[in-house]
Design a protein. Sequence first.
Length: 167
Amino acid sequence: MSNDLSHAASVPPSSSQGARPASHEDLAALLELISGDEKHSSASTSTLDILWVLYDWVLRVRPEAVDDPDRDRFILSKGHGPAAYYAVLAAKGFIAAELLRDWASFDSPLGHHPDRLLIPGVEISSGSLGHGLPIAVGVALGLRIQRRQLPRVVCLVGAFLAPTACR
């Protein structure tokens, strides 16, 4: 089977819609659907593989159960990385791939920073660099207080924040 994703913009990769599930090889084509200088290509592509591994192998979260209280939580704390995040969410069926073409346009739910009220599977509306880490700590503590033992909290920080966060 070819990894050509020329059909990606016309159908979401959800198997419930009859489309084949997207694979790691499809991510570059999905990311290409997002255009414009504001997508911060370098920042996005630097996180693409990490996000894929998290959503494909690590996180226990599914598009059909985004509100499951025992789901894992992923917090993006890298202000310029949403294009890769959107591509992975599309590949995993959380959002339709055709939304990627209109990212950051007036009507699009996909903005320069992810909005949890507009995008299924997004845990926080993020923006400035670094605020996701303390939010992730708060989410983890909140889950502990609720005596939830299954959910894990994963926070992706950028290289700028990592040295200061680890002091």
